[in-house]
Design a protein around this ligand. Structure first.
Ligand code: SF4
Length: 349
């Protein structure tokens, strides 16, 4: 039976699910907005996958999960491989572009720079703080200017005059844009200035004094914006390549890594199967006060049992709660562990 390998990227803005075959060809691709319930969205993604793929002809050979919400979803799926986004993005990028030297990645809520040598990520920088260098800032400005985000990038290429927009933070950028509009600059000119500001922000916050080498790869959701691509090319004076599947490169990379890991281990995948799309999950969280880390510990409960615990940096709660049925009562506020763990927040998916 032919095998497919699932890759899931749980970001704060989008949740991406792909399936690749033995030759790394993409058999399924889903990019969805993260509306705040990743378990439900992953279940819906798997249901769509089953509807599109003749699943009886295939076997799931491996599952990988990456992204900021990877730990929880990895437990739910029974993932074989769980790795950070840097590793996953670099894997996919260097597969499609073996000569890659620099990867620019800009997503909805963060941006990353990955330096690659001989196909290996050797250095990276991440910006998770400054919104002015991310896709959500562009989304917001497109909405403010009344321009669909899909047309935003193209308009930036239609200008004769340059206008400099302050890009150090969202508040300055927005007030600067408003005043430049009042001075009579057109919307395309403002958008062009904004694209250049975003790239300047990226260079100042992430690249700093690093020396960049080609090939230059641009991926993440924002890579669809040809205005930003052009601004990068202008800034570095070289061609920037946007991969065909630029929006799901993290998911593709983690699927490739899962395939590699399962083959190396010689074991079967630990994927929990498609029945999980029918299963009800409940997550509860509490703040552990046993040391200064104050971890937010998340429990996943299915069939009246705790099946996963994540967020506890020292691992103490995972060891004591998994398989615990009393912990369900705890989540409902009736056991003595409740006093220990404080108020729990409960949600179902
Ligand atoms: S879970 Fe462990 S590391 Fe986190 S606050 Fe409690 S004792 Fe500290």
């Amino acid at each position: 039976m032919k095998k497919l390998y699932l890759g899931v990227d749980i970001g704060s803005v989008s949740i991406n699910l792909v399936a690749i075959d033995e030759e790394n060809e993409l058999a399924f691709k889903l990019y969805t907005r993260n509306s705040g319930n990743p378990i439900e969205l992953v279940k819906e993604g798997l249901t769509k996958f089953k509807e599109e793929i003749e699943i009886d002809d295939y076997k799931i050979g491996g599952v990988g999960v990456t992204g900021s919400g990877r730990e929880l979803i990895a437990y739910i799926l029974g993932a074989d491989t769980v790795k950070n986004e840097i590793t996953a993005h670099a894997r996919a990028s260097t597969y499609y572009h073996p000569e890659a030297g620099t990867i620019f990645e800009i997503g909805g809520q963060d941006s990353k720079l990955i330096i690659v040598e001989a196909g290996i990520a050797v250095d990276f920088a991440m910006n998770t703080v400054c919104a002015a260098g991310t896709g959500s800032f562009l989304d917001h400005q497109a909405e403010r200017l009344g321009i669909p985000i899909e047309e935003f990038g193209g308009l930036a290429l239609e200008v004769d005059r340059d206008v400099r927009i302050a890009g150090r933070c969202t508040v300055f950028a927005e007030s600067d844009m408003i005043s430049k509009q009042q001075y009579g600059f057109t919307k395309p000119e403002i958008i062009n200035g904004l694209s250049e500001a975003l790239v300047r922000n990226y260079m100042n916050n992430l690249v700093r004094n690093r020396v960049l080498e080609g090939e230059y790869i641009f991926q993440g959701g924002v890579a669809a914006n040809i205005g930003i691509k052009a601004a990068f090319e202008e800034e570095i004076g070289a061609e920037v390549i946007v991969p065909k599947h630029h929006d799901v490169m993290g998911a593709i990379g983690i699927a490739m890594l899962a395939k590699r890991d399962v083959k190396r281990s010689g074991q079967e995948s630990s994927f929990r199967g498609f029945d999980l799309t029918e299963q009800e999950f409940e997550t509860t969280s509490f703040e552990c006060e046993d040391c200064a880390n104050n971890c937010e510990v998340i429990k996943v409960i299915a069939d009246q049992k705790v099946i996963a615990v994540t967020g506890d940096r020292c691992g103490k709660w995972a060891a004591s709660l998994i398989g615990d049925t009393a912990a369900v009562a705890n989540a409902e506020g009736s056991s003595e562990k409740e006093e220990k763990t404080g108020n729990e927040r409960i949600r179902r998916a």
